[in-house]
Design a protein around this ligand. Structure first.
Ligand code: AQP
Length: 354
C-alpha cells in the first residue's frame, strides 16, 4: 500500500495555442482533482526549449497557459500554480535522474521518435532527456498522482522506473537517512524515497484526435489550424471547425462497439461525452441512428457553451499581466520551499556535502 501523502502534480508546455485536447485530457482533470487533493500545477517552460530554443513570445505564452489554468477554475491560493524555471530544483533533480535513467530506456520513448522525426541527429539533447526532466518535475515534490492525456503514459512509466532504480540503488542510504517510506511494489516491500506515481488518464477523451484525421492526435504543432479547436477560438471559429470536421457517410451507431473502425465518429462522440460529462454510451443513447447533420450542430452548441466562458475569462486575465505574474511569483516561492526540502534530503542520501 502506498504510504506517501497523496499529492497531484501536472504540467503544460507554453508552446502555442492550447487546444481542446489539452483542455479535456489535462486541464479539466486538474480542476476536478483540486476539490479533494493537494495539487501543484506547473507551466513547464524548461520543456518548451527542447523542440525549439528561441521563442520570441515565451513570456506571453507562459502567461497564456497560466490564464487558461485560472480561467478553467484552478485556485492558485489553495493550490500551487507556477512556472518551472522559477524552481531550479527541477533541473538539479533532472541531472541526477539523467544519471539514474539508462540510455536503453530513453531510446524506447516514442514521443522522442515522433518529435525528432527523420532528423534525429539534429534533435537537441534536451528533447532526448525530456522524460527525465518530467520525472524530476513530479518527483521533486514526491507527487503521487499525475493527471495527463494518454500520450504521456509512457513517460510516466519511465518516471516509475527512475523512482524504482533510485530507491533500489540507494536503499541502504535511504534507510539510514530516515527519510524513506515503506511501500509495496507488486508483492515486494520496498523502503522508498520516491513514490511510484500513478497516472490519471481515464475519461471518455483521454486522447482527443485531429478534426481532420481521426488517427492523429490533436496537437499544437499540427500545421492545419482546422485540425484543432483552440481555447482562444471564438464561437464562430469553433462552429466552422466542427462543421468542417472529417466524418464518414454513415449514421451514428447506437452502441459503443459500432464506433470501431470509425475513428472520426469515435473522436467526435468522445469529445461530446467529455464536454457533457457523460459516457460515450450515454451520448449514443441520445444520438444513435442520427446523421452527422444532426449531431454536429448539437456538438457545436455544447462546445461553445463550455468553452466561451473559459475563453472570455482568459482574455480578461491576459489583459492584466501584472496579476498573472504575481500568481506565478507566489506559486514559485511556495513550490521552491517544497522542492528544496526534497533536494536537501536527496543531496544527503547521495552524500553531497551541503
Ligand atoms: N490530443 C490530446 N488529447 C488528450 N490530451 C492531450 N494532451 C496533449 N494533447 C492531447 C495533454 O495535454 C497536456 C499538456 O500537453 P503539453 O503541452 O505539455 O504537451 P504535448 O502533449 O506535447 O501537447 P501537444 O498539443 O501535442 O503539443 P505538440 O504539438 O507540441 O506535441 C498533457 O497532459 C498531454 O497529455
Amino acid at each position: 500500500m502506498n504510504t506517501f501523502k497523496p499529492l497531484v502534480f501536472s504540467g503544460v508546455q507554453p508552446t502555442g495555442n492550447l487546444h481542446l485536447g489539452n483542455y479535456l485530457g489535462a486541464i479539466r482533470k486538474f480542476v476536478a482533482l483540486q476539490e479533494n487533493n493537494d495539487c501543484i500545477y506547473c507551466v513547464v517552460d524548461l520543456h518548451a526549449l527542447t523542440a525549439q530554443l528561441v521563442h520570441d513570445d515565451m513570456a506571453s505564452q507562459i502567461r497564456s497557459i497560466t490564464a487558461a489554468f485560472l480561467a478553467s477554475g484552478i485556485d492558485p491560493k489553495s493550490h500551487i500554480v507556477f512556472n518551472q524555471s522559477a524552481v531550479p530544483q527541477h533541473a538539479e533533480l533532472a541531472w541526477i535522474f539523467n544519471c539514474v535513467a539508462r540510455i536503453g530506456w530513453m531510446n524506447r520513448m516514442t514521443q522522442f521518435k515522433d518529435k525528432a522525426g527523420k532528423d534525429r541527429e539534429n534533435a537537441s539533447l534536451g528533447l532526448f532527456a525530456y522524460p527525465s526532466l518530467m520525472a524530476a518535475d513530479i518527483l521533486v515534490y514526491r507527487a503521487t498522482h499525475v493527471p495527463v492525456g494518454d500520450d504521456q503514459k509512457q513517460h510516466l512509466e519511465l518516471a516509475r522506473d527512475i523512482a524504482m532504480k533510485f530507491n533500489m540503488d540507494f536503499m541502504e542510504k535511504i534507510r539510514a537517512s530516515g527519510y524513506g517510506v515503506d511501500i509495496t511494489v507488486g508483492e515486494e516491500p520496498v523502503h522508498a524515497y520516491f513514490p511510484m506515481v500513478e497516472p490519471l488518464i481515464d475519461g471518455p477523451a483521454p486522447r482527443v484526435m485531429s478534426l481532420k484525421d481521426g488517427t492523429k492526435k490533436m496537437s499544437k504543432s499540427d500545421p492545419s489550424d482546422l485540425s484543432r479547436i483552440n481555447l482562444m477560438d471564438d464561437a464562430e471559429t469553433i462552429a466552422r471547425k466542427i462543421r468542417k470536421a472529417k466524418t464518414d457517410p454513415d449514421a451514428l451507431p447506437s452502441e459503443v462497439d459500432g464506433l470501431k473502425g470509425r475513428p472520426e465518429a469515435d473522436n467526435l462522440v468522445g469529445i461530446f461525452a467529455a464536454l457533457a460529462d457523460k459516457t460515450k454510451a450515454e451520448v449514443l443513447g441520445e444520438f444513435g441512428g442520427q446523421q452527422f447533420s444532426v449531431f454536429k450542430p448539437a456538438l457545436i452548441e455544447l462546445a461553445v457553451d463550455v468553452l466561451a466562458p473559459v475563453n472570455a475569462e482568459m482574455r480578461r486575465l491576459m489583459a492584466d499581466p501584472g496579476h498573472i505574474d504575481a500568481v506565478l511569483r507566489d506559486g514559485g516561492q511556495r513550490a521552491r520551499e517544497r522542492a528544496e526540502k526534497t533536494m536537501k534530503e536527496v543531496r544527503d542520501i547521495i552524500g553531497f556535502v551541503q
